[in-house]
Design a binder for this molecule. Sequence first.
Ligand code: FAD
Ligand code: NAI
Length: 466
Amino acid sequence: MADYNYDVLVIGAGPGGYVAAIRAAQLGMKVACAEGRATLGGTCLNVGCIPSKALLHGSELFEEAHDGTLAKFGVKTGPVELDLGVMQGEKISAVKELTGGIEYLFKKNKVDWLKGYATFKDAHSVDVAGQTVTAKHIVIATGSSVMPLPGVAVDNDAGIIVDSTGALALDRVPSHMVVIGGGVIGLELGSVWRRLGAKVTVVEYLDQLLPGMDGEVRKDAAKIFKKQGMTLKLSTKVTGASVVGKTATLTLEPAAGGPAETLEADCVLVAIGRRPNTDGLGLANIGLELNARGQVETDHDFRTKIDGVWAIGDVVPGPMLAHKAEDEGIAVAENIAGLTGIVNHDVIPGVVYTTPEFAGVGLTEEAAKARGAIKVGKFPMLANSRAKTNREPDGFVKIIADAATDRVLGVWAIATVAGTMIAEAALAMEFGATSEDIAYTCHAHPTHSEAIKEAAMAVTGKPIHI
Ligand code: FAD
Ligand code: NAI
């Protein structure tokens, strides 16, 4: 240790990096975390998970007051008006409280925040804001940023063609928002602005929304978002954009080729994915090469090929999710400390926080079938007493189990609280549960989670309420 300033230096203070730093400090190591952004928490807290959920929550309340949902339950309101400034203010407060919370946790755990962007000099030293800092172990947790779309230039300040960061900060409700990319960001932020009054058109390259999710979930997603008023242009690609005054004109073509058409909008959200952050990191100085997708490869312990250099989160392969990054942060710190840090990448839940929510963990039905014989149990939310009482008719739970062993391979849910429900499925899968284990577990009544129990009962053909 005497040779180094720190035992561990983490580069990046997103959910991967800040968690790694805190856990390493908890394990008795001397830790620093370099972060160039003005506040801690990375993409997730500053321009991702947290601000998007603040606007999803606010816009959901607005829609409920506006579309007659509250009135249906006997809650009389006067004329309902949107104060977008107040809604954005609530978002800013939540972000400030949470990013400030990480700063407090750093102080509490004696993690030094090195303010600036880090560049490797060699495998044990980096430059941060003109200073050279050395560490026995360096963890790359630099995250990801928006993938640009050639021919469609983003200008968040102008607010006409924006990325997710711009779409989270709009100071007006667009009259027509075109979302390029029917993935998680497009549908979450498209929902926000649709609820607040925008006409929303989603242009998706593939023939279905939400790539990576179960096929049936994806099909239902298209029906549900259409029913909510979104226009979907599937199997369509955007080939160019121009802005004149406050209007953008997009050129669209069928994904398979064919005649072009144009589409006008006063706001365009580009949400076609994210790419790992490695520019300026000086990886060439340590001889660390990227894979074909620009990611840093590691082994199961999160070690890169360079001794003493580790990597986690969005910058490494796998789903770009905050909870995956956090779990990898804990595991890498434990591995550095000589303990056994493991992340089960087969059981990482994914959730789209729209209304209803779309959630899943484990294999899709298609992937499970390709592996071998399966049994599937399905239960509609329409037959779940709580969802029915709350007037939340959309959705279902589906449990996919191995036909021979009954072990649960995947669980998919569409329900207003599917994101919360899916935690039970992840826990069951982590413990190697069978569908019978879930079916014979007592679930509180009346809860949405009873649909998971009923879907498990349906695997053997014996749900009660349908
Ligand atoms: P990041 O959070 O990207 O943090 C990396 C940090 O490293 C950044 O702060 C960056 O400034 C810093 N950095 C980069 N290079 C350097 C350097 N050289 N020196 C110092 N610092 C550096 N995921 C979910 O699970 N749930 C959600 O609801 C969700 N919602 C999202 C909504 C939006 C709009 C977006 C864009 C993303 C969302 N995500 C969500 C994804 C989630 O934000 C990421 O998966 C997560 O933040 C990845 O964590 P990370 O620590 O790997 O990287
Ligand atoms: P995504 O990968 O979820 O979706 C991008 C979509 O754009 C895909 O459906 C893709 O087929 C489509 N696409 C690609 N090129 C296109 C083109 N030229 N024209 C039209 N469509 C095109 O990526 P997204 O939504 O940008 O999100 C990035 C990451 O952020 C995701 O990987 C996700 O994990 C994470 N995220 C997670 C959230 C959550 O957990 N709730 C919320 C928001 C983001």
